[in-house]
Design a protein around this ligand. Structure first.
Ligand code: NAI
Length: 308
């Protein structure tokens, strides 16, 4: 039997994530939004593509949480996206209320679900989702580092004229301006990037990654990125539903790992049917540790503002 993935928030990221899940045929989807008719319309449109995709999946749109009952995974994309000139952190208070409302509902309708939080500022919203649902922290995680790493791999691919498939990169820390891209772990088919590009160039591509979200926001003028965010979210969904045990950077609850306590931060984890099955710890250099701590501090400040 196909399991149920509910996507809360049928905007750009939510609807595109729903599309990817349905197209893959690995789950049925419920698309929820507060806007009357919109999730129903998008769902019908996606459903009408299933014959062309040869997908057996079903999808419905709804304003009723009862339809999301007993979801295997709930993806939260509900909330405001940033506008040009805004940082992710500027969305803190507006989105916190929405996350609380959504999580209170899903805690009762889908008590066994795994939760993937996308809404920004994502690390803080993941923390809030964990607190509100009172689920095990293994079942509540956030999407961020996977997208940042994909952006970096894209820029490296364009620079090197090498397929992005052969490029590995790791971006840890908070999914904000203080994210921690680790140049030491960038490889192309196992070859260290420093063998292939000068440091100055690598640094410039890392800087572009740091501003990758803002670059798209300023081009779009209204709304923010959604194709790559949805693709990253789908990779997490797939790893869980198919128990693939992919090692992916995700925002997870740290309780001593990486020297951080009681905070959601992006680190490499193994994702399988149980959710966060393992947190993979790597030894930081002095410089990396300082950078990671700085990123923790930015997230911590926001967590304190919400008194979570
Ligand atoms: P969007 O504006 O296209 O969609 C958001 C949807 O949430 C809207 O349809 C809105 O009606 C709905 N919504 C608002 N309040 C709701 C509620 N109480 N319950 C259910 N639905 C509700 O925004 P988009 O582009 O889809 O982005 C969604 C969120 O994801 C934003 O906060 C954005 O910053 C974040 N984001 C995070 C990324 C990450 O890497 N973690 C990447 C891209 C976006």
């Amino acid at each position: 039997m196909r399991r149920k993935v509910s996507v809360i928030g049928a905007g750009n990221v939510g609807a595109t994530t729903a599309q990817l899940v349905v197209q893959s045929g690995i789950a049925d989807v419920v698309l929820f939004d507060v806007v009357d008719g919109m999730p129903q319309g998008k769902s019908l449109d996606i459903a009408e593509a299933c014959p062309l995709w040869n997908s057996p999946s079903t999808i419905i749109g709804t304003q009723n949480y009862a339809d999301t009952e007993d979801s295997a995974i709930v993806v939260i994309t509900a909330g405001f996206a940033r506008k040009p000139g805004m940082s992710r952190n500027d969305l803190l208070h507006a989105n916190a209320g929405i996350i609380k409302e959504v999580c209170t509902e899903i805690a009762t309708t889908s008590p066994n679900a795994l939760v993937i939080v996308v809404t920004n500022p994502m690390d803080v919203m993941a923390h809030l989702a964990w607190k509100t649902t009172e689920f095990s922290c293994k079942r509540v995680m956030g999407m961020g580092g996977l997208l940042d790493a994909s952006r970096l791999r894209t820029f490296l691919s364009l620079e090197l004229h090498v397929s992005p498939e052969d490029i590995e990169a790791l971006v840890l820390g908070g999914h904000g301006d203080d994210m921690v891209p680790l140049s030491r772990f960038i490889t192309v088919k196992g070859i260290q990037i420093t063998e292939l590009l000068p440091k100055k160039k690598i640094d410039a591509l890392i800087e572009r990654t740091r501003n990758g979200g803002a670059e798209i926001v300023s081009l779009l003028k209204s709304g923010s990125a959604y194709y790559a965010p949805a693709a990253a979210t789908f990779q997490m969904i797939r790893s869980i539903l198919l128990d693939e045990k992919r090692m992916l950077p995700c925002a997870v609850y740290l309780n001593g790992e990486y020297g951080a306590k009681d905070i959601y931060m992006g680190v490499p984890v193994v994702l399988g049917k149980e959710g966060v099955e393992k947190i993979v710890e790597i030894k930081f250099t002095k410089e990396e540790r300082a950078h990671f701590r700085k990123s923790c501090l930015s997230v911590r400040k926001m967590v304190e503002k919400l008194s979570i």
